[in-house]
Design a binder for this molecule. Sequence first.
Ligand SMILES: Cc1ncc(C[n+]2csc(CCOP(=O)(O)OP(=O)(O)O)c2C)c(N)n1
Ligand SMILES: [Mg+2]
Length: 693
Amino acid sequence: MEMTERHFLNKEISQTDLLKSAYRLMFTAKTLTDLYEQEKKITSKYVHATSRGHEAIQLALGMQLLPQDFVSPYYRDDSILLGIGITPYELMLQLLAKRDDPFSGGRTYYSHPSLRRDDFPKIIHQSSGTGMQAIPTTGIAMGMKYKEETGIAEDFDDKPIAVCSLGDASCTEGEVSEAFQMAALKQLPILYLVQDNEWDISASADEIRAQDITQYMQGFNGIETRTIDGTDFIKSYETVKECIKIIREERRPMLIHAKVPLLNHHTSGVRKEWYRDDLEECAKNDPLIKLRNQLSEFNIEDSEVETIEKEVAELVRTDFENAVLAEDPKPEDTYKHDFAPTPITEEKGERSPSGKIPTVMVDCALFAIRELMTKHPEALLYGQDVGLRLGGVFREAITLAAQFGEKRVFNTPIQEAFIVGSTVGMSAVGLKPIVEVQFADYIWPGLNQLFTEVSRSYYLSNGKWPVSMILRVPIGAYGSGGPYHSSSVESVLTNIKGIKIAYPSTGADLKGLMKAAFYDPNPVVMLEHKGLYWSKIEGTENAKTIEPDEDYIIPFGKAREVLLCENWQDKPTLTIITYGMGVYWASNAAKEFDNQIEIIDLRTLAPLDENRVFESVKKHNRCIVLTEEPVNNSFAQSLAARISDHCFRHLDAPVKVVGAKDLPAIPINSELEKEMLPNTQKLIKEIEQLLKY
Ligand SMILES: Cc1ncc(C[n+]2csc(CCOP(=O)(O)OP(=O)(O)O)c2C)c(N)n1
Ligand SMILES: [Mg+2]
């Protein structure tokens, strides 16, 4: 079977051959479902769901996709996978989480594909979060359109499309409507396929939605909808064909609402006999029986059908036996593909070119992005208010839209989830998205995408889909910003594995790290302290630096020595490990002491320059970890624990964490704000105490 079913795409195929191919695949899907049931003991070690009932529309889609297309199937879409040419053996390698599982190497569940093969449609990493594929996949379509509009698209005879498959219940999720909004607004080349089985595990349609997807779509101007019986293969095939043609040629979004019955369990773990009372009714709508009848109508001999069935049964059985015998991943495989290797490993270029006057930090970032966008047509910037009129609420993107045009620098709606998650798709089509959320306080709606999709893509696709993006996040308290414009969020971010995090404290570091972030194949969050942007706060003058030259670049994971303490003779000394605004509290406090303080600026929180930290602690035997965040359960506290662990024998005092008070928010009143946050004076007291210890 393998490739033959796909190859007809390149040829004229007769209706009967098409139906026979479809039947072979549909019978394969059923045989797999039956086998998984029979072999429950083996196959239910890991949870799985199958497409039974949904096969006709899924095959109709899978069989018509081209290698330049992208498709995002969800966990019920094993027939889409069969339709694009994935073999039962490959499917079962994932079912059993084997080492050669082509999607994830045994890391993720059945029918959670990711694929990057030349002659197959492409599949980015698929998570289990229902509906969460909508934003990344819409990001793919946005990337395709961007490439076409800026003249950097590949030259295909048939223009590529993106396809996003969704269950009906997932369409009630907020993130899905963010994706629809953007597809409609930007008229993106995407097909949404909604398979409506009227079930949301055990919740029925009347419990969870006020309208079906066809009605819902009427609120999205410019997404044309087709509502069909998704159990009829011929009808499904024709509808998919029509939609794909429109999208390829007219570059606009379409949605197919396919009504289907769910014939199998929700998943192997949530079984139909526990709660379903509609199974008999649903069985009347079995797509396989319908297709079998259509074969007869097209005068395909029973004997031919029986041969197909026999061949499929044999293939599935042998594939299963072989898959069971296939090797498991090795323990050492666990560690592969946490991050894609970055080419940036050394500091290069000129940090302080002569003849220049100091530049504020916000402009160092701006100039870094301007240089990058000049050099790289694949670089683009989007977020709220970054466009032509304002250039960002901190004017951090000012002039960029004027210089590079509104295709490359544009405003988005207030959709943090879309801003963050769309980068997965943009990166998959070879772009370098630089995006931003307006304030760290508003990263939360985007956090789901950052965690569920962005951070795990590379690891769970077993190294196939790194997400190269930069997320700029203005952060920190500055001049009575109040509870929703002051927060620090690094402890939450540093708990997300699979992303890198920079937190520079000077213009030169911001520029050098922005460059490194750009060339890094992994996702990077740039935390940019608002209080340092213009060096307006007393004592932060040194955040303003000479702007480094264009080639200047700083590798991640290299701390900066802000103040070295040498030859202190017999006085007690200590080192302050800090970042962001802490660098200035520490620098100003150090002036009150006579060569007793060393200051290390981490510059990047992930990766972390542990060695430099430990070296400094071992040299001075006393250490403060200084942060703007509330202390308990913070990044700083966990770093302090690591320091204690590694430097225990060298310590003359417990590692002290100095930070904000443990309260839910930073109050707006300036006296309350001052009470809550650390500052130079408070730090001086802590230093005095620790030096006396
Ligand atoms: C965000 C999220 N919440 C909850 C779940 C648990 N869950 C898995 S499948 C499912 C029902 C999805 O229904 P639908 O989208 O209609 O797809 P179907 O399974 O019916 O094909 C739920 C609630 C999840 N995977 N993701
Ligand atoms: Mg459903």
